[in-house]
Design a protein around this ligand. Structure first.
Ligand code: ATP
Length: 211
């Protein structure tokens, strides 16, 4: 089973790395691909360039878990990064292998704003992580789509290529890229929020000094 962990990664932090590891273990994924988006359609442009965000992911994954990798397809594709296009190309490459899109509850609740969002359920399973402070209430259109697809059995994701939704508890690490950037902007330390190799790169590149 392939896990796909999409995000802006501006920058990658321990909240991403730890939850990816937990999901890989609990759901028994063979691999987790971190998939940085080039141009997020629903939020402000990232501060770091696509190349810088990719490099920070590379640094964070040096000597990391076997099975962790970076998928650069969204960075290489011009224009907005629509997940439906990304999953379509992953599906074309991987036949009927189960593909699991890993998202935080915050991102999942915003799903109805994603381009062709109902098609996503034909292309992948969803693994939804509960994140500190997140509200779990789903809007009516999202609940209508999700409730019949809910499973609490991680093993059942192996039974089909796509279409189920697993709500997965993960350790509550209240780390976000926003808070990390804010710490750096105000001259505070961001140590232990992300690997030292990533922090050294941020310093070298002069990233996140201003809002
Ligand atoms: P920002 O603060 O800039 O919005 P972020 O920390 O949320 O960034 P993203 O790259 O936007 O990081 O997140 C990618 C995915 O990782 C999203 O699905 C998000 O919910 C999830 N995620 C990020 N941090 C955590 C965390 N601490 N615990 C669980 N999930 C997380």
């Amino acid at each position: 089973m392939i896990g796909v962990y999409g995000g802006t990664f501006d920058p990658v932090h321990y909240g991403h790395l730890r939850t990816a590891l937990e999901i890989k273990e609990t759901v028994q994924l063979d691999e987790v691909r971190f998939l940085p988006c080039r141009q997020p359609p629903h939020r402000q442009a990232p501060q770091a360039s696509p190349e810088q965000r990719y490099r920070m992911l590379e640094l964070a994954l040096i000597d990391s878990e076997p099975g962790f990798s970076i998928d650069s397809r969204e960075l290489l594709r011009p224009g907005p990064s629509y997940m439906v296009d990304t999953l379509g190309s992953l599906r074309a490459e991987n036949g009927q292998t189960p593909i699991c899109l890993i998202v935080g509850m915050d991102a999942f609740r915003g799903l109805p704003a994603w381009h062709r969002w109902t098609d996503l359920f034909e292309l992948a399973h969803f693994i939804v992580m509960q994140r500190p402070g997140n509200d779990c209430a789903l809007s009516a259109p999202l609940a209508a789509k999700v409730v019949p697809r809910l499973t609490d059995n991680a093993r059942s994701l192996q039974d089909g290529a796509a279409g189920q939704v697993l709500l997965q508890e993960v350790i509550q690490l209240d780390v976000s890229a926003t808070r990390l950037r804010q710490a750096l902007q105000s001259g505070r330390s961001a140590r232990y929020l992300t690997p030292d190799t990533v922090l050294a790169y941020i310093r070298r590149e002069g990233l996140y000094r201003s809002a």
